[in-house]
Design a protein around this ligand. Structure first.
Ligand code: C5P
Length: 408
């Protein structure tokens, strides 16, 4: 049975050309057993008719905060409470801007502010509008505030151009919602510890050794694990990323600090996911004064010593959690990852090919292969959020004894 069965979905349609897909979206949601109510903005009515949405949803369609008969049947606050989720599809740049700022110019945005349910946003707009700093800022704000942004996709646009900004197809949106609702109890009762970001190893008071890790993948996994019902502790190196909602965050700088923070958590940890790009080496000596450019330092070299291997220490613990490592490889990707999995005694290793600039470090998307002892699973290129949801559901399956036995 679909996880959407009997779920109350409030579909909020704003005025973009992709609104013509709204009736099909409603049809597919209902085919999964969901109850759907639709709210339109005034401009959406230029693209899709109230009558057709009423017919496919089987419910009256609402478009105004000031409709007395609709309000007396179910007030907007009751409607916001009724919803198990709000789905903004399509979400125009204008709607996204209102949502990001908390403005409530109409019924739809008022509902978004009044609800405690998760809010899904499926943007649809011209590619130039999608790229504008204002939109980038607003989307970042929405994600920070806990909204789940679905897409957009790249492709031909109604305006004749081609690029990012197309709304995801109805079936992709329905799949994302289905994944969300099937995930909410996957890791209930589990405590998950995740390391993320880089570490910094000081050379002197102003210089350090580090790497390009942005922390995005680790933070997205923390969000996905929390949404799957887990209690999550995120141990992060220095990154510029907002703490996911309801996640405990411990900030560290060096590999040794990260090691100490992880060890302190091991008594209460069911799943450990090492996403951090931990510096393998640190300078043997940290100078107390800034090293000056001089004849003496011109030909000097830096002596390095090894940092502790955090994940190895986790798997060597007397009572190890289910342990997941990440491997960023540039050559013989799968073979190297498999060797690393054995060497570190991991339950699962997740590998990405960082020689591919479209994915991995500091990018918004990733494409990974999950390698267990008995099989592999490839997760095709997608946002780090969607990849994280898939990883979490695969980990949950593996914990319950189901591991893929062949490449999927
Ligand atoms: O750096 P390497 O490729 O060995 O990283 C593989 C895995 O080991 C990653 O999950 C990383 O977080 C973890 N690691 C660690 N401590 C280190 C080095 C790596 O936990 N010192």
């Amino acid at each position: 049975m679909s996880a959407l069965n009997k779920k109350n979905i409030l579909l909020c349609v704003s005025g973009g050309i992709a609104a013509y897909k709204a009736p099909e979206l409603v049809r597919q949601l209902r085919a999964h057993g969901a109850n759907v109510q639709v709210v339109l903005t005034r401009s959406a009515e230029n693209f899709v008719s109230e009558t057709s949405l009423q017919a496919v949803s089987g419910n009256p369609v609402r478009n105004s905060l000031w409709d007395k008969s609709a309000e007396s049947a179910m007030s907007h606050i009751e409607l916001a409470r009724w919803a198990d989720c709000l789905l903004m599809a399509p979400a125009t740049a204008n709607l996204i801007s209102s949502l990001a700022s908390g403005a409530t110019p109409d019924l739809l945005t008022t509902l978004a502010l009044a609800t405690e349910a998760p809010v899904f946003v499926a943007p649809a707009m011209n590619l130039k509008m999608w790229d504008k700093p204002a939109t980038v800022r607003n989307i970042h704000q929405l994600k920070t505030d806990g909204a789940i942004v679905l897409g957009p996709a790249s492709g031909d646009q109604a305006c004749g151009e081609s690029g990012m900004g197309r709304m995801l197809q109805p079936e992709e949106i329905v799949e994302a919602l289905n994944n969300h609702f099937s995930a909410t109890t996957l890791l209930a009762g589990k405590r998950v510890v995740i390391t993320a970001g880089p570490t910094r190893e000081a050379i002197d008071p102003v210089r350090f050794i580090s790497n390009h890790s942005s922390g995005k993948q680790g933070f997205a996994l923390a969000t996905a694990a929390q949404q799957a019902g887990a209690e999550v502790c995120l141990i992060s190196g220095p990154v510029n990323a907002q703490t996911p909602l309801l996640v405990e965050r411990i900030d560290v700088v060096t590999a040794q600090e990260m090691f100490d923070a992880v060890m302190a958590q091991l008594g209460r940890c069911d799943i450990f996911i090492g996403v951090a790009a931990v510096a393998d080496y640190k300078p043997e000596e940290v100078r107390s004064q800034k090293i000056k450019k001089s004849a003496e330092t011109r030909n000097s070299s830096l002596k390095l010593v090894e940092n502790p291997d955090i994940i190895l220490a986790v798997t060597q613990h007397k009572n190890p959690p289910y342990t997941v490592g990440f491997a960023a490889e540039t050559e013989s990707v799968i073979a190297n990852a498999r060797a690393k999995k054995r060497r570190k005694n991991l339950d699962l290793i997740i590998v990405n090919d960082v020689s591919d600039a479209r994915i991995g470090f500091d990018s918004e998307e990733n494409e990974v292969t999950l390698i267990w002892e008995t099989g592999e699973q490839v997760l095709k290129k997608a946002s780090k959020e969607l990849i994280s949801q898939s990883i979490i559901s695969s980990i949950a399956q593996s914990l319950s004894g189901v591991e893929p036995s062949a490449a999927l």
